[in-house]
Design a protein around this ligand. Sequence first.
Ligand SMILES: [Zn+2]
Length: 311
Amino acid sequence: MEKDIKKDKQKKIKRGVIIFCIVVALAVSFGFFYDIFIEGGNPLQIISVGEGGAAGGEGPANLAPTSDDVVASEDIPDLTDDLAGDVEDPANTPEETAQNLSDISDTTKNETVYYDTPFIPEGGDETVQLVNKVCGVSKNYKPANLQLTKYRATDRAEANQYMVDYAANAMDAMIEAAMAEGYTVLVTTAYRSYNFQSTLYNNYVAKDGQAAADKYSARPGTSEHQTGLAADLTSATVNYKLTKDFGSTQEGQWLDAHAHEYGFILRYTSAGEPITGYMYEPWHFRYVGVENATYIHEKGITLEEFIAERY
Ligand SMILES: [Zn+2]
């Protein structure tokens, strides 16, 4: 008798638990389908938002939280923690970037550290090597694997028209693409040795004085041309001169718009003048690889800012 009552009680409890589970399951699936079919939302969407945010870049515009998503956006930090193993380290904080930037490009210091080989930020590869007014390179440094570029201004010394092989190939490809559009551009000078730069700089100082020369010419050991990754380009439309007018020619504008597709950046922009310490040079292009060049081009920043932010 007692046993029967006990069994009956257990049955009732079991039934209760089953009914409870069914009610909960129905409620959860109603919420899930309500999200998908009534609101048109994707209940998994929050994970996409987390990935976009964690990458440190600007995620696609349609994933930006709207005012209705305020609660959802507050959940992102928890989700990004879970995803941390899958994403790259976020970019430096603005404070870190500012510190790095003053280390690598404070041109007001007017002193240069000369390295045996060009400065490469920790974690970077040689495409982001930096030679500027602050980071110099030894007079003995000459890059390996120099290769003569194909399309050259013939009134210049061939010895100064080499680039590191992969940059030379990219330069040839870029010029061929420009020619296919009807624009002819030529390399005036690319790799320049320390000694050549020294002669060049001293001539400019004799002509215009040191302060003026420092604005448009690098002191020996601080020229990007010594890396073999930079080249000056010109065209018939400016009589093969290196002039600011090149920037408003069709050739100069084509290069400005397309150089990044071949891994090059316009190295000295007007906006970047306070950072690089050089005036606008629409003719000077620097190889950094397609991915880096595209990022730098789209953000409108200098190589110094890119390195300070990224490394
Ligand atoms: Zn140049």
